[in-house]
Design a protein around this ligand. Structure first.
Ligand code: ADE
Length: 241
């Protein structure tokens, strides 16, 4: 996969060249192309913004340098603008995007885009209901969530399948040594060696975490008959607690 990022601050993107994603870049598992759209301005001062028509405070990012930067790309693929008014990014979108050969992100900074810039994109996407100074951090979050799903990026190939949201539920709790830390004990089932019991426990704890912390996820989740029983037990245990 090739990821193009149109930004005024290409230096901000070092996190994507570090750790697992950085190793993936070195191994040629994905490509990162940072494009500074200030390079596509034609005036001597390299302006990328101007005052809004109709007046008012602030500046507005112009369409021309962004359009030229997009046109310079050999293959744009899906074009995504990051903005707080977009639809909220989620794991399903990361899974869909991870199947693309090319993705292009357009990052704004401080100010809004000329409305016509949105027409150049396939999607406008937000990372949550809060406002950041620019689209760089949202883009990094979305690229990380997407690229880590590509084959060969994570060490343990099974882990993206097991994790939170992959099946619509949050992840079950995990433990490692020591078995007893200052009286805080690992659940006995996990050291029992009974793999069927361990699987059942993990499934139920996944459901419990979702019920307690993200009940909204259960609204769109189809419970199996076994899960319905587990959920009743969880509710009972919750009222008894
Ligand atoms: N730019 C500024 N805030 C943002 C957000 N919450 N999501 C995506 N892009 C943004």
């Amino acid at each position: 996969m090739k990821v193009n990022i149109l930004t005024l601050f290409p230096d901000m993107f070092t996190p994507l060249t570090t750790s697992m994603l950085g190793r993936g870049l070195e191994d040629g598992k994905w490509e990162l192309n940072l494009v500074n759209f200030r390079d596509f301005t034609s005036d001597v001062h390299h302006h990328v913004d101007d005052t809004p028509y109709g007046g008012g405070a602030g500046m507005v990012l112009q369409i021309m340098p962004i359009k030229k930067a997009l046109d310079s790309l050999a293959n744009k693929g899906k074009v995504i603008i990051t903005a707080p008014q977009g639809k909220t990014f989620n794991q399903k979108m990361a899974q869909e995007w991870s199947k693309e050969d090319n993705l292009t992100f357009i990052c704004g900074h401080y100010e809004g885009f000329d409305q016509r810039v949105y027409d150049l994109a396939d999607e406008t996407v937000s990372i949550g209901d809060y406002v950041l100074t620019g689209g760089e951090l949202p883009t990094m979050s979305m690229v990380d969530a997407t690229v880590r799903l590509l084959p060969g990026i994570l060490g343990n190939a099974a882990s993206p399948v097991e994790e939170s949201f992959a099946h619509g539920l949050l992840e079950y709790p995990q433990y490692t040594r020591p078995e007893d830390f200052e009286g805080m004990k690992v659940p006995a089932v996990l050291t029992s060696g009974n793999h069927q019991k361990i699987d059942e426990w993990r499934h139920k704890e996944s459901l419990r975490a979702t019920y307690l912390h993200r009940p909204d996820l259960l609204e769109n989740y189809e419970l199996s008959s076994q899960e319905k029983i587990m959920l009743e037990e969880i509710k009972q245990e919750d009222t008894n607690a």
